[in-house]
Design a protein. Sequence first.
Length: 326
Amino acid sequence: MPPAPNYLDPQTLASIKGIDLRARLIVEGLMSGQHRSPMQGVSVEFAQHRPYTAGDDLRSLDWKILGKTDRLYIKQYLKETNLDLLLLVDCSGSMGYTSLTESRPGWTSNWSKWNHACCVAAAMANVAIAQRDRVGLTVFADDVVDGTRLSNASDHWQSIAATLARTQLVDETNDDLVPDDNTHNHTDLERIIDRTVNRLGRRSLVVIISDLFDDPTHLENALGRLRFFRGKGHDAIVLQVMDPAELDFNMRDPTDFLGLEGEGRLPLDPAALRGAYMEVVLEHLDTVERLCRKFGFDYLRLNTRDPLGPPLSHFLAKRASMIGKQ
C-alpha cells in the first residue's frame, strides 16, 4: 500500500488521471492553507450596473432591467474587481522534459514541466471562477495552438482542464538539424502577447506559465508589450516552470542531448560542462527575474520536484496582501 497521499505532491498527482481531478485536489490543498486568490472576492453589497458582455455569468443579470428596457445589464458589487484572468500556457517541446522518473510503491512518476504547468493553470482557473471572475486560456508555442473564451460560468474551468488535457506538445525535434540551423521555430511570446492581450476588452490579469527558454531580448520585448497594455489596467504574473535537472545539472555519464525545440542532437559529457552550464542558466534565470521586476510584474519560479501547494499558496497570499494595501 502506498503511503497516505499528499495531493499537492507531484509524485501523487502523477498517479491521478485527469487534469480536472488534479486541479480540484490542488485547490482543496490551497484552500486548506487558507491562501488568498490573486483576485479580490465579491461582496454582497450592491454597487452599480454595467452592460453585459459575452461570457459573463447569466446569474448576475438584472432580470428586472431586462424586462423593463430589453437590455442586458450585470449587477456589480462593492468589491467586485471586474478583472479577467487570462492564462497563457506554453506547450512548446521543451515543456515535455522530465527527469522525475522515480518509482514509489503503488505508482510511478513521470512528471513533466507540462504536467506542472497544466495543474497550476487549472487550479488558478478553478479559484478565480469560484469567485465569479472570468477566465480564459491560451495554449501557445511559436503561435497560438488552442484556447478557450473568457467566461465565469461555473463549469468553464472544466472546459479549460479539457483543453489542457487534449493539447499535444508541439514536436519541434529533428535529429537532422544542427544547433546553428535557422530553419526551426521557437516559442514566440511577443507574438502571443500581441495576438491575445490586445483583444482584451477590460482590465485583466495575464498569467504566463512557461519555462521561458527564449532569448532574453525576445522576453524583454514581450514583457515590454505587456507593460504597454498595463496602461489599459492590465497586470501580469510570470510563473517559470523548471525541472530539477535543469537547475542543478547533476548528471555524470556522457550522453546525447536532444534539443526539444529543434536544436538538434549533440554528444556531451555533462560533468565536464556543468560549471559553464550552471553559469549560463543562473545568468538566464537572474535575467528573467530582473526583467519581470523591471516592468513591475510578479515573478515566481516553480520546481517540478516540489509540491505545488506551499510556493503557490505563499505567492498568491503575498500578492493579495500587497494588493489589499494599495
